[in-house]
Design a protein around this ligand. Structure first.
Ligand code: GRG
Length: 301
């Protein structure tokens, strides 16, 4: 195992602990929804978004724990999106991360509520960052980071992308590359943009640096989603912890159906290289993030 691999393992474990500490206690008459929320968040996953946020925060010179509530909040937002995406009304998936999806385990109504509750609790959690602020400058950063986080999760971000995706799939019409890039950019890249931008903003990055980081995360997100499309064709169900071939089964048009497997592979590399070269232009130590980007776009799960 190289040093970065060991670093990632240690960072993932630390993030797991941090997220767990922010989850609600399972008690009261609403206990079932609390259990469903915690089951969904603790089911595993790469913890990519909080790790990206924390590493960007560090790279941009951030110190202290201002970033921590935001790390927990973004994982809650990500988890809610997966919980809702798996519902019968959307993808109707029974397994994720090798376990029953939330609705399959707790029932459909509770699946809806657990997703709603996670999004709401993400707001409550991110707001806790105000209690860590020690001066006016930090308070301003938290306000700005909140704006970015919820914009990128919303109609001008992930929900916007999911809307275009659901409609395109339903219509079974021809999807253009422009529309596909809109879907990938909003559904997938927006939350990665939110992760890295909030990390940068909380560390005190200026407008120009924050915009460079947004662009970097956008390219990473596109590469990450093309890899997801590729894995749906070439991936291994056991390794992925979910079924493969669902795009083809649903006659879904993806980057692979549009451009072919070979070009999709090449484009993944092009987009990730663009992201990496932006990291190289920035002043801070980006060695870990550059390694992580390479690993993500070559991932098998
Ligand atoms: C329901 C509003 C709403 C949005 C759903 C996230 C999403 C949008 C759909 C899930 C399906 C999907 C393929 C999304 C693209 C982003 C993506 C690859 C998510 C999976 O993220 P990982 O790989 O998951 O980081 P883990 O399990 O590691 O946390």
């Amino acid at each position: 195992m190289n040093n970065f691999e060991a670093d990632l393992r240690q960072k993932t474990e630390a993030v797991e602990k941090l997220i767990a500490a922010y989850l609600p206690a399972e008690k009261g008459f609403q206990k079932t929804v609390l259990e469903a929320m915690n089951y969904s968040v603790l089911a595993g996953g790469k913890r990519l978004r909080p790790i990206l946020m924390q590493e960007t925060f560090r790279m941009m010179g951030g110190e202290g724990n201002l970033v921590e509530p935001f790390m927990a909040a973004i994982e809650m937002i990500h988890t809610y999106s997966l919980v809702h995406d798996d519902l019968p009304a959307m993808d109707n998936d029974e397994y994720r991360r090798g376990k029953y999806t939330t609705w399959k385990k707790y029932g459909e109504g509770m699946g809806v509520l657990a997703g709603d509750a996670l999004l709401n609790y993400a707001v409550e959690t991110a707001l806790r960052a105000f209690s860590f602020c020690v001066n006016e400058e930090q308070t301003k950063r938290v306000i700005k980071a909140l704006g970015i986080l919820f914009q990128k999760a919303g109609i001008y971000g992930m929900i916007g992308g999911q809307t275009a995706d659901v409609e395109t799939e339903k219509s079974q019409g021809v999807v253009t590359l422009e529309k596909l890039l809109f879907i990938h950019g909003y559904k997938t890249a927006a939350l990665l943009e939110a992760s890295m931008m909030t990390g940068a903003i909380l560390a005190g990055a200026c407008e120009e640096e924050t915009e460079m980081i947004r662009e970097c995360a956008y390219y990473l997100g596109i590469a990450f989603q093309i890899r997801d499309d590729i894995l749906d064709v070439t991936g291994n169900e056991k390794e992925l912890g979910k079924s493969v071939g669902s795009d083809a089964q649903n006659h879904k048009q993806t980057y692979v159906t549009l451009k072919g497997l070979e070009t999709a592979e090449e484009d993944t590399k092009t987009y990730s290289q663009r992201a990496i070269s932006i990291l190289e232009e920035l002043d801070g130590d980006s060695a870990f993030l550059r390694w992580l980007f390479e690993k993500l776009v070559d991932r098998k799960k």
